[in-house]
Ligand binder design. Sequence first.
Ligand SMILES: Cc1cc2nc3c(=O)[nH]c(=O)nc-3n(C[C@H](O)[C@H](O)[C@H](O)COP(=O)(O)OP(=O)(O)OC[C@H]3O[C@@H](n4cnc5c(N)ncnc54)[C@H](O)[C@@H]3O)c2cc1C
Length: 409
Amino acid sequence: MSSPDERAAGFSLSVDVAQMRDWVHDFAVDVIRPAAAEWDEREETPWPILEQAAKVGLYSLDFFSSQWLDPSGLGMVVAFEELFWGDAGIGLSLAGSGLAAVAVASNGTDEQIGEWLPQMFGGPGEVKLGAFCSSEPDAGSDVGAIRTRAVYDEAADEWVLNGTKTWVTNGGIADVHVVVASVDPSLGSRGQASFIVPPGTRGLSQGQKFRKHGIRASHTAEVVLDDVRVPGRCLVGGKERMDARLARIAEGRSSGEQAAMRTFERSRPSVAAMAVGIARAALEYSAEYARNRVQFGRPIGQNQAIAFMLADMQASVDAARLLTWRAAWMARHGLAFSRAEGSMSKLVAGETAVRVTEQAIQILGGNGYTRDFPVERWHRDAKIFTIFEGTSEIQRMIIGRAVTGLDVR
Ligand SMILES: Cc1cc2nc3c(=O)[nH]c(=O)nc-3n(C[C@H](O)[C@H](O)[C@H](O)COP(=O)(O)OP(=O)(O)OC[C@H]3O[C@@H](n4cnc5c(N)ncnc54)[C@H](O)[C@@H]3O)c2cc1C
């Protein structure tokens, strides 16, 4: 049975996606939610939960690829909404390898996809992780400022990587790192490419591990690359394709695309879905609270001030989900984001999650401000969605360019 917003959009979830949603939801209820507060406090990757998810097939390449390739385009976003409804920190530990996997799946050769993606997930009893390393201390929003260098050693057919990456989800603890580096600094962002760093490669080490405001069950750290040598076959997409691309740029036949940007663009609706999951959790929790909490002899939800707040929260969550599903559907059907639909979904869902979780705290009053209730954690978790994978300002810049046709900066 599809919900009203699914019917209004003119599409319903397929039986397969609806069944998958219920299965992921049950895992979120039974396994993720009960563990959320503990792992938030521990600020560590929740390995036992990853193991449990691997055992049932939820943390697996098979699950990720089948949802990513779901014909409706909605598999991944529906799954992420449920996981992050459970908990965003644990959810990101379960989803973090996906960004590295998408970087290779979107731009890599069939051989690279076959060789490296299984090593980003592993299986029951040997859970593995992937990490996508783009950001640097001086290159966050400004991806073009990346300084990490990749130099080709022709005699050895190896690439040598040097630089420091920061804010890397699963950084240093991942089995496979995908690193964005500059191959030709004279071309700026257009001279960048992505490289796979295989497990155990010498010269890659973890720097500082960050202590964060939210999503604390997800590991975020610096990654230091000191004369890291990777085989020639680890250049994502292969050298022939990169050389041809650089030649087209040099001859002025192509403007050139940033490797990292392509990855971010494709993954934005999935990130939006994560934010929708947090917002929906806060909405449901605070609506239930408003029905039960009595002040002045009646449930607080009977006050228009509270009911109107919940009405706004519900409307924004549904609007964010519809933008998310539209972008995911467009991506699956090969439609270009000509009006920056991917960015719209990320912008609206991220800001909705921050606002709705803040409203949820307000509805819970003093209880909302304590760690005995989950809404304060959800509010801390929500904030990252206006920052990573392109800040809200960067999303507005991209949408602004699409709307005006001008080079908005
Ligand atoms: C928990 C966490 C996990 C992350 N995971 C990863 C990961 O796995 N891999 C990875 O590569 N990166 C990751 N990141 C990095 C993340 O993508 C960056 O933090 C983000 O892109 C912003 O970059 P910055 O922090 O350097 O901020 P800055 O770029 O320094 O921005 C600071 C402020 O200035 C604003 N600003 C910057 N430029 C403009 C402009 N032109 N116009 C208007 N405003 C502007 C920004 O919007 C922001 O408000 C992660 C970050 C965090 C916090």
